[in-house]
Structure formats: C-alpha cells, structure tokens
Design a protein. Structure first.
Length: 747
C-alpha cells in the first residue's frame, strides 16, 4: 500500500466496495444534513392549554408538542399513537416535536417510568378536549346534535347520512382551539381502539438504519468551535497553576478558557481540541480522597444518618421475630455503578446577543433552563434547550454536564461551541449510583409458617425538595464555586416495602447524609437494589421452609394481577415445582433456574422473571442462557415497542448483575474505559422470552424500568439452584462465585 492509500478515510474505504456504496452515500447525506436547522418560532407552552399540545394544519396534518423526549425507548411512536387514537386521525398524520423548551409544554423530566402514564395521559386529555370541540363545531356547521356524529380518520360525518361531513382541517382552517384542557373530556373507550394496542413501526428506526438520523454527536452549525474541559483525576482537587504554552502551538488552537476551577481549551477542530487538552499543563492540588473500596459497605453502614423513617409497618415484627423459634438473617450489597453510555456525552451551545440556545441530549430540557441560568448568568427565559438523541441514558448521566460545559464556554466567548466528552470523562466523571447495603431478618413460628419480616435499607438521602432543578450537582457549577448541592437521587426507598402478605412486617430506611461520589439516578434507581434484596431473601426463606421458590411466593400473594404474572412466567419457562437444588447442580457446568417478582413501586407495573444459568464450577464463570418475563403494565400501547423495552431491560441488567462495578483507589476512579468497566458483549446475551399481559382500558403504566428490577435476584437465585452457593453481592463476579462455592464446601 502506497502513502496516499494510507490516508484513506473510513468513508472512502466504504465507498470503494460496491456492496458498501449505499452506506457510503448515506454517510455523506448524513453530514450534509447536520447543519443547524432553522428554529421554529417560540409559542405558547402552558400545560393547561390545548394549543400547547396541538397544531392542526390546513393539509390535514397535525403537529403534536410534548415536553417528554424519546431516549431511544420508542416513546415518540407510542405518544403519537395515543394522540392519533384519541383524535381519531391516521397515525401518519401526526408529526411529533419533543423536548424543545420554546415550543413544548413542561411535562417534567423524562424519567421515573412515567412518560406514558403521566406524559401520555396529559396528551390524551388535551386530544380528547380537542376532539370534543371539533365535534361540537361540526355539529353546529352540519346542523345536528353532537351525538348524531361519528369521527373517522379526521372526518366528522353524520351517522344517518355519510354524505354530510366535514374534515378537521376545514373546521380549524389553520386556526387555534383557544381552549383549556378539560380534565373531564370524554375519553375514547378501549374497545374502539384501532391504533393503540397495535405494533406501529417505530418512526425513528428508518433514519437510524440509513445513517441519516441526527444524534447530538452529529449536530453541526456554521462557525462552530470545539472544546474540551479539563478536570482533575483526583476527587476534589483544585487548580493551582495552568501553562497553555504548548497548547497554543497545536494546529487549530483558539484560546484557553478559565473561571475558577472551570478550565477548557477551544479549537477550530475536534482533533485540535483533543490535542490541545493533552498539551495543556495543569498543576492540581491534592484531592479529598475516597474510602477504601474493599470495605466500602462497612463504611456505608457507619456513615452519618440524616434521617431515619419507617417505609412499612404491619403488626409488630420485632416482637414476632424475638419470639420466633426459627430465624433467618441475611445481608445484601449492591455496588456503585455508572451509566456507561456507549458514546460519550455531547452538546452544542450558541450564545448570541444575550440569548443562549443549546442542543442537548438531556432528559430534562425544561429543568436545564434553570440549571444553566444559575451557572451562566443568562436569564432562564433567555435560554432555549432543544433535545437531540444521545447515546443512551437511563437517569441523568453526563449529558447535562456536557450541556453545562458547552453553555459556559459559549457564553464566555460569544461563539457556538461543541463539547464532547472523552471516554474517561463519561466512565469516570459521570454521576454514579450510590452503594447499597440491606440487612434483613425473618422469623418462622413453631409450625414452620413465615410470620415476620424485618429489613434495614441504607440509602443515599434525597436532598431535593420536589426535584428542584438546581439541586442537580453539575460539575460546571462546582467548578465555579457554587455551593455544593445534594445528591440527585430521590425516591431510593421505593420497593423497599415487602411485596408479600405477612402478619408482621417492619421496613426501615436509614438515609445516609452524603454519598462520596456525585450521585444521580441510574435505571430503576433504588427499586433494582431493594428488589434484589427482597427477592433474594424471599428465596432464602423458601429454602428454609423447604418449599418450591415459586410456590412459596404464591402462598404469600393474593393480588390477581400478581398471581397472573407469576403463573405466566412459570408457564413460559415450563417451571417444574420441586424442592432442593437442581438435578444438574453437581456437574462441571451446573445449571439452575431462579425466579423473582416485582410490582414496580409496589403500585404500578407487575413483573415476574425466571432466569436460567450455567455456572462453570472450575472458573466461577456464570452465563445467563435464558430469561422468561411475564409483564403486566396495563393497557399496551405498542406491543412490539413493549417487547423491545422488556428485552433491552433484561440484557442491560444481566450486564449490571454479572460485571458492572465502578472501581477506585483512595484518590480517584480507576474505571475509565471498557477494559476497566466491562459490559456484556453480544455473544453473551441471553435468549429472552416475553409474556405480555394486555389489559385494555386500564392505565398504561411504564415499561422501561420495572423488568430490570426483577433480574439480579432471578440470576442470583438461579446460581443458588445450580450450585448451592448464595450470592448476596452485585456484581456477581467469577471470584465471588468461587468464594461462595468454597464456603459451601467448607460449611
């Protein structure tokens, strides 16, 4: 290969082969379309006004505006289905606008598993109000009563004379509704649904397949500069001195930007920013240090408690346990984990004439207005945040930090700036889930009946009053010396309550005053850790009772929907009731099965999961081969989309259960890349089978977070079935498995 050949780009290499021509040209088209689009004019966004949600155009098309965003979960499609159904228009008539603070209502952040239930519910009521108003207008025009009319595909017809009709477009003529949302507007009966409940293909997939879809990382605008923010490896270190003389020699270097401990280099090119950041010489002070990772759970249990409260109290569990002739105790631990998004966080900001516009993958665009105002000094009403898809986020990861970085730099230099984090930034510096320690005890009476349950959960304190946005601990805010806010991890007590019926229950939560890492929500926050403890403990109690684990759970349940998912999972997995370990427990590669049940927040979606595993007794390696999930989230909006969410939740959580753990030394995080923070690879993904229970007319609850909560315990319980070794600490690494099996042999 000659020298010119060595300079071939990937794009030219793809175009060199006939089979890759389409891919090559699609990539060219993608880059051509990444310039900043013309911004839609600001509009009314009051959440109680119909026009904030809907615009009906003269051609019959409808633009729907929602404050929620699609984090790759398919909600753009599902919300469009809800709107099309309630309005009685074709699905293809709907165009969605999501997460633009200047054009969409503030429906709170996209999270908490409530996009469909809360966001979709608000949209549905707005559409129902609009439909009722349109029918009333049509009745007046056609000279009949509203009850004499029927609506189909955006046409209002007289039932007795189909020739008499008028379209929505004719009724609206491009005008506004000028109506408040009516909370009592009649909703379409589920029996009449034609769009909701069907597997409408996701609207985002075609462009993602062709390469035309614009992610935050693809976004470009004229005159845009590139920047990298430098931060210390050691936690809590401050800048002592900066020497940018070498950075100034880098091709493309524009300037160094600094405010207190906020330090960045700006370049005309992405690569120039990377090289300049590496050339910048920064002297840092000593950091504040970190606890010893080897004893972190003991450390966590001994941390100052900000408050202590009862999560659940039934009967008198302490007295019942004290009197119980047989007691069972166990403690469970869940490691610090990070989002580990496949691509590092990225954002673009443009500050001109006192106005700041930001393109961000934040799941909380409206909250970002307030957060950015506090950091940049720009008034919140002069800040516009527009959502662009990022590389994956379940909870607030580094997207908000990259957004704040870009905004800070753009305001300081008055030019559009793009900030993309490096892999080490994303893995080491993005917020973490706090560690979790749970101590449990139960008592059996003289007849062998489980009578009492007691649990103590050591969780990170929710410092936020009603999720006040400024309490999210953005790095840029800390860099410029703003008061350190609390850890953004609320509601971590959820699913700590026992999910079974017992005469005596005591559940206590001890809120740790301060986490040692900056913390935020990570998928199914609190619920996944708490459910791991509850469902692992329930399995241990089944063993103590010499009962089949599934049948033992059924004996302590009465909710018909809970029983239905349990039996659905058992049927799907062909569960054979038995006591004792798996018949294959003694083999070199032992196989077992484990079950877990969760009702999300003890109030919404029902999930039962059965995991099948193989354990290599020599190496301790665990392979999850099959997972069966029975799922009831009420009304299913899009069956294929729901299946995607369940399957994705299983696979991601198998990764979290078996291998994901943030590592650190006494000064810094040492998990900085995919080698030091490994995730599950494609060949190790299990087969996932799903039983989806549809309940038309019931509330459509969320599906993104519930399934993951059931997976860790199902896997741990399956490992016990395969080996007789009880794994009580996540992640379940080969070393832990071997140690647990060794403890069984020596017991």
């Amino acid at each position: 290969m000659n020298a010119p050949d060595m300079q071939l780009s990937r794009r030219h290499l793809l175009k060199a082969g006939a089979a890759a021509l389409v891919v090559g040209f699609s990539a060219e088209a993608s880059l051509a379309n990444t310039a900043a689009p013309g911004l839609e004019p600001a509009r009314g966004v009051a959440k109680d006004v119909v026009d904030s949600f809907l615009v009906m155009h003269t051609d019959g098309k409808i633009t729907v505006y929602v404050g929620k965003v699609d984090l790759g979960t398919g909600t753009k499609t599902a919300l469009a289905q809800i709107a099309a159904e309630e309005l009685d228009v074709p699905f293809k008539a709907i165009t969605m606008v999501m997460g633009d603070t200047a054009t969409t209502p503030d429906q709170w952040l996209t999270g908490a598993n409530i996009t469909i239930a809360q966001g979709g519910g608000e949209l549905r009521r707005a559409c129902a109000t609009a439909r009722a108003a349109l029918v009333a207008r049509a009745a007046q025009r056609l000279g009949v009563q509203p009850a004499e009319l029927a609506v189909n595909a955006g046409m209002v017809r007289v039932k007795a004379d189909a020739a008499k009709s008028v379209s929505y477009a004719q009724l609206m003529q491009g005008g506004a509704f000028e109506l408040k949302v009516d909370a009592k507007a009649p909703l379409k009966p589920a029996a009449e649904y034609t769009v909701v409940g069907t597997s409408v293909p996701r609207v985002d997939i075609p462009e993602k397949v062709s390469g035309e879809f614009i992610y935050a990382h693809d976004f470009r605008m004229p005159g845009m500069l590139h920047a990298r923010v430098l931060r210390p490896d050691d936690l809590g270190a401050n800048i002592v001195a900066v020497d940018d003389s070498a950075a100034r020699k880098v091709n493309g270097f524009v300037r160094t930007v600094r405010k207190d401990n906020f330090l960045a280099v700006v370049s005309s090119t992405e690569w120039g920013a990377v090289k300049a950041a590496r050339a910048l010489k920064v002297k840092w002070s000593k950091g504040t240090g970190l606890p010893d990772q080897a004893t972190v759970f003991d450390y966590w249990r001994k941390q100052p408690i900000a408050k202590e409260e009862s999560t659940q109290k039934v009967g008198d569990a302490p007295a019942a346990i004290a009197a119980a002739p047989r007691k069972v105790k166990a403690s469970y631990e869940f490691a610090v984990q990070t989002h580990a998004s496949l691509g590092p966080s990225c954002a673009v900001a443009d500050y001109q004439a006192g106005k700041l516009v930001v393109w961000s993958a934040s799941q909380a665009t409206h909250s970002m207005q307030t957060e950015l105002a506090g950091i940049t000094g720009v008034k919140a009403e002069d800040i516009r945040v527009l959502y662009l898809d990022g590389s994956g986020c379940y909870g607030r990861n580094g997207h908000e930090d990259a957004t704040a970085d870009a905004a800070m730099i753009s305001v300081m230099i008055g030019k559009p700036v793009r900030v993309q984090w490096m892999r080490a930034d994303e893995t080491a510096r993005a917020p973490k889930s706090p560690p979790r320690a749970i101590d449990m005890e139960a008592g059996f009476d003289a007849n062998g009946k489980l009578v009492a349950w007691s649990a103590d959960f050591h969780i990170a304190l929710n410092h936020i009053a009603a999720f006040k946005p400024l309490d999210f601990p953005l790095l840029a805010a800390t860099d410029i010396g703003q008061p350190k806010p609390g850890n953004w991890v609320g509601f971590l007590f959820q699913n700590s309550a026992a999910p079974y019926q017992l005469p005596h229950i005591r559940v206590n939560t001890r809120h740790v005053a301060e986490a040692f890492f900056r913390s935020s929500h990570l998928r199914s926050p609190g619920r996944i850790e708490n459910s791991f403890a509850n469902e692992s403990f329930m399995d241990e109690l089944a063993v103590a009772a010499k009962a089949d684990p599934a049948e033992f759970r059924l004996q302590h349940m009465s909710d018909p929907r809970a029983l239905a998912v349990m039996r659905g999972a058992m049927k799907l997995a062909n569960w054979q009731s038995r006591t004792g370990l798996s018949p294959e427990a003694g083999k070199a590669v032992s196989r077992g099965r484990g079950i877990s049940y969760v009702r999300y927040n003890n109030a919404t979606t029902y999930v039962a999961a059965i995991a099948e595993v193989e354990v290599n007794r020599q190496t301790g390696q665990v392979r999850v081969t099959r997972v069966c999930v029975s799922h009831d989230c009420g009304q299913i909006v899009n069956p294929d989309g729901l299946a995607n969410q369940i399957e994705g939740g299983v696979i991601q959580t198998v990764s979290r259960t078996l291998m994901e753990e943030v590592n650190w030394d006494r000064q810094k995080v040492t998990s900085v890349d995919w080698a030091s923070y490994p995730i599950l690879r494609f060949p190790d993904a299990p087969k996932v089978e799903v039983d989806m229970i549809n309940r038309p007319g019931e509330v459509a609850w969320g599906a993104g977070e519930p399934t993951p909560t059931a997976i860790p315990a199902a896997i741990a319980n399956a490992i016990y079935d395969a080996t007789g070794a009880r794994l009580r600490s996540i992640p379940i690494t080969p070393a832990k498995v071997k140690a647990a099996m060794g403890a069984v042999r020596t017991a």
